[in-house]
Design a protein around this ligand. Structure first.
Ligand code: NAP
Length: 286
């Protein structure tokens, strides 16, 4: 079965739109997401436009600051400080990657953790790994989207062997923790893993997040595995594809996500739900 992230995201955004429509009556306003985009990276421009469209669908107020490529780091940090202090702003997202002269670490740490809708702030990361009770931390969008896709596909996680390809801070590590929290037995692979195919063939749930076009082929996958393809790569013809070779893997998989139309739309959908979470936290934690 192919799980459509596009369809699931549309359904969840429609539900969120209904929820948001009630906010003015309950809280006096709707959530406000601010996006900062520095420079002219074409991929980032597209991502930001898609985020703006999603905000319109769910009914958020949104503001995008498009800053020139040569914007000094301090100017970005000052802008974040202003937004942190602005009571009318619920979520702040700085589109990555940033131009080389701007430190991503400094920028991520500058965003107030309560407005960190990407869930990249070290305090949100720590809260995720400590699994604190009454946890109101924000979980990164792509991993949360993967969990929702697995739920949509009725994939049982508890007791299953999950193999995650990739150990990045934004995908590989947090999805491993979310799967572990749901009682999977998790193996994390990376560029130094030996006999990778041996490991992937044991997976009941296989998450590919390495950034290598069509890397995972049918012979690397167990019959009946659930396969989630996070990759956003370009194939030999310059067309968008995933880390998974869909043609050879799909016949073996019990469920699989396509690229495009799989994890990507769910990432944006979870950005919307994280913004609602930050908005609601501000009213309930006062
Ligand atoms: P990243 O930071 O570049 O990390 C890639 C990871 O893959 C690293 O941990 C690396 O290992 C591992 N790796 C690389 N080659 C490998 C190999 N041959 N065998 C095993 N592991 C290997 O990438 P990322 O930011 O996590 O993104 C991964 C992919 O997901 C990219 O295509 C990206 O565009 C996509 N992505 C999609 C979304 C979405 O919303 N759909 C969101 C985020 C990312 P080492 O640690 O040893 O270097």
């Amino acid at each position: 079965m192919v799980i459509s992230g596009k369809e699931l995201a549309a359904k969840l955004k429609a539900e969120m739109a209904e929820q948001v429509a009630e906010f003015p009556g309950k809280y006096g306003r709707v959530p406000h997401l601010v996006v900062i985009l520095v420079g002219n990276d074409p991929g980032s421009q597209t991502y930001v436009r898609n985020k703006e469209k999603a905000c319109d669908v769910v009914g958020f107020k949104h503001t995008t600051y498009r800053l020139p490529e040569d914007t000094p780091e301090q100017e970005v940090l000052d802008r974040i400080a202003e937004l942190n202090a602005d009571d009318s702003v619920d979520g702040i997202l700085v589109q990555l990657p940033l131009p080389r002269h701007i430190s991503e670490t400094k920028v991520i740490e500058a965003i107030a953790k309560e407005k960190d809708v990407d869930g990249f702030h070290p305090l949100n990361t720590a809260a995720l790994w400590q699994k604190r009770p009454n946890n109101t931390c924000v979980v990164p969008c792509t991993p949360m989207g993967i969990i929702k896709l697995l739920e949509e596909g009725n994939v049982e996680i508890a007791g299953k062997k999950a193999v995650v390809l990739g150990r990045s801070q934004i995908v590989g590590l947090p999805i491993s923790k979310l799967l572990l929290d749901r009682n999977a037995t998790v193996t994390i692979c990376h560029s130094r893993t030996k006999d990778l195919a041996e490991v992937t063939r044991q997976a009941d749930i296989l998450v590919a997040a390495i950034g290598k076009a069509k890397f995972v082929t049918g012979d690397m996958v167990k019959e009946g595995a659930a396969v989630i393809d996070v990759g956003m790569d370009l194939d030999e013809n310059g067309k968008l594809c995933g880390d998974v070779d869909f043609a050879s893997v799909e016949p073996k998989a019990s469920v699989i996500t396509p690229v495009p139309g799989g994890v990507g739309p769910m990432t944006i959908c979870c950005l919307m739900s994280n913004t609602i979470q930050c908005f609601l936290n501000r009213f309930t934690q006062k």
